[in-house]
Ligand binder design. Structure first.
Ligand SMILES: *Cc1c(COP(=O)(O)O)cnc(C)c1O
Length: 472
């Protein structure tokens, strides 16, 4: 596969370059494949639907062609995904896609675990380790730490702001041994990010250590997230008639979003033939994308803190990919956009629990509420010309191409549940009155010893530490 760039279509790169570089330093753009090959229709039309890893292999294959042979790709996928993504029905036209069955109980495991193994593969003939530096405000650090732990040839240093992340998050990223370690920085997330960015531009340091990043703009994190869209849409297509008696329902993926990597992966799956009619882009009060869809003006802004904090992004980095792949009109045809404030998050966790018995996390609750509103008249109101106030929580005024299906009650929703509710136990308890059951792997990590190394918010000290502690 040839990769090009969101800012300069004359750029041509292979997969390895796109993965190792993360972004294109020359243009500042993000890598995207030049095409999204369709999966074989016989494969897509199989009933029962193929298994998750089978889908993963077929979907990944064209993107690594000529660079990773089939046998190696199979091992990468087998090793990355000892878990799957169950589809849980809530009612005849709503399903939850549980993306929290990986080691850190959040959907980022799907992207990070594939990326780690691909990077390790591309580093296999090097004599020195590739050092990954990550600054995190919480969730990315744990997914990356866990995904890279004990993966050969790779070494990870995570920086996080001391005292500014939750207890569970801190345990999830500071208790590793071996090739993954955490530095607790006396500063903010922005300070951590600045230390990392300074390191990347430090020629003297780079001459001593091979450095790379692992952030969510990396194409090797986006591609694997498309696997579960394909998988869940095939599962739902095969069971929807039995559940809902709707002949050919429009399948809508409802995506709680922050940086919009997850949603971009959904677009890739749709391009590859997944039977997805459209999307709901669901955000918290960081409503940069809903506002863009509503007004046509894209205005990045500082993020505001919310109860769905992994979505607290005011300048979503994958906007650039979406805008490179689709016109605004296309986006308005494909997406409904919806946003919800903190009060709405609490009440929708409660509402979901009371109506369905399902305990949903604060991120997923935004998706659940969006879908519930769409099913219970919000789309019909839009179709009748009643437009809400975009400064209030709710749907943006555009009518997607699947609006008619939604109004006729011929649409089914797949709500992406991006984290396990126990990771946000306090919020969930506040909403439902009971604390979610903590999965064994989270309980286990809470018992481990915290090994984070204290670090001043000072570049010279950070550099000295790196040089003294990392293997060249
Ligand atoms: C990262 C994250 C999101 C947002 O995903 P994007 O790809 O950034 O849109 C949503 N929910 C949870 C739990 C996350 O960790």
């Amino acid at each position: 596969m040839v990769y090009t760039d969101t800012r300069d279509k004359s750029v041509k790169a292979d997969f390895r370059t796109a993965v190792i570089n993360g972004m294109n330093k020359e243009t500042g753009g993000l890598y995207i494949p030049v095409s999204f090959p369709k999966l074989d229709t016989d494969f897509i039309n199989k009933n029962p639907e193929p298994g998750f890893r089978d889908i993963a292999f077929r979907m990944a294959k064209p993107y690594v062609e000529g660079e990773i042979p089939d046998g190696d790709l199979l091992s990468i996928i087998g090793d990355a995904y000892p878990f799957s993504a169950p589809v849980v029905p809530l009612d005849p036209t709503s399903y939850v896609l549980e993306l929290f069955h990986g080691p850190t109980c959040a959907f980022k495991d799907f992207g990070a675990r594939f990326m780690a193994r691909v990077m390790s593969y591309f580093n296999r003939n090097e004599n020195s380790p590739l050092h990954i530096l990550v600054a995190t405000s919480g969730d990315t650090g744990s997914a990356v730490g866990s995904a890279f732990h004990n993966v050969p040839g790779l070494d990870v240093t995570i920086l996080y702001p001391e005292g500014k992340i939750s207890k569970i998050q801190e345990k999830q990223l500071s208790t590793f041994d071996g090739n993954v370690r955490a530095l607790k920085v006396k500063g903010t997330f922005d300070d951590c990010q600045k230390l990392v960015k300074t390191a990347f531009t430090d020629e003297e340091l780079r001459a001593r250590l091979r450095l790379s990043s692992a952030n969510s703009i990396n194409i090797s994190r986006l591609l694997p997230q498309s696997f579960y869209y394909m998988y869940s849409s095939l599962v739902v297509r095969n069971r929807a008639w039995g559940d809902s008696k709707i002949e050919e329902p429009a399948i809508i993926a409802v995506v709680p979003s922050g940086n919009f990597g997850n949603l971009t992966s959904g677009l890739i799956a749709r391009e590859m033939g997944a039977p997805i009619a459209g999307f709901v882009a669901a955000t918290n009060s960081n409503r940069t994308i809903p506002d863009w869809i509503a007004t046509g003006d894209y205005n990045a802004r500082p993020s505001v803190a919310t109860l769905a904090n992994a979505m607290d992004v005011g300048a979503p980095s994958n906007y650039e990919r979406i805008a490179a792949m689709y016109s605004l009109d296309d986006v308005r045809r494909l997406f409904a956009a919806y946003w919800l404030d903190d009060e709405g998050i609490i009440s929708s966790i409660k509402h979901c629990y009371e109506k369905t018995g399902y305990t949903i996390d604060p991120h997923g609750s935004v998706g659940w509420k969006a879908w519930y509103d769409i099913k219970t008249g919000a789309m019909e109101k839009l179709a009748n010309g009643e437009k809400g106030d975009i400064t209030k929580p709710g749907l943006t005024p555009n009518l997607p191409c699947w609006a008619d299906k939604a109004v006729k009650k011929q649409a089914v929703g797949i709500i992406l549940e991006t984290a396990h509710p126990a990771k946000f136990g306090d919020t969930v308890k506040k909403a439902t009155g009971s604390a979610p059951v903590i999965p064994g792997r989270l309980e286990q990590v809470m018992k481990l010893e915290d090994k984070a190394v204290p670090m001043e918010n000072d570049y010279a000290a950070f550099k000295e530490w790196l040089l003294a502690n990392l293997q060249a």
